[in-house]
Design a protein around this ligand. Structure first.
Ligand SMILES: [Zn+2]
Length: 57
């Protein structure tokens, strides 16, 4: 059950952060605290803009 990592750009402060696409907990921006990903039980709901997808294997 490999997942992907996304580099997500925060919509509020442009900070870029790596987010697991099956994040089980809400992921907040390390700089401003905005929500970047919400758990949905499967693939997380990404709130910011995905600038890069990193395939895990
Ligand atoms: Zn931010």
């Amino acid at each position: 059950m490999a997942g992907n990592f996304y580099t997500v750009q925060c919509p509020d402060c442009d900070n870029e952060q790596t987010v697991f696409d099956k994040a089980a907990t809400e992921v907040a921006c390390a700089v401003c605290g905005a929500t970047l990903a919400r758990p949905t039980g499967g693939k997380a709901d990404i709130e910011g803009e995905v600038t890069e997808t990193v395939q895990a294997r």
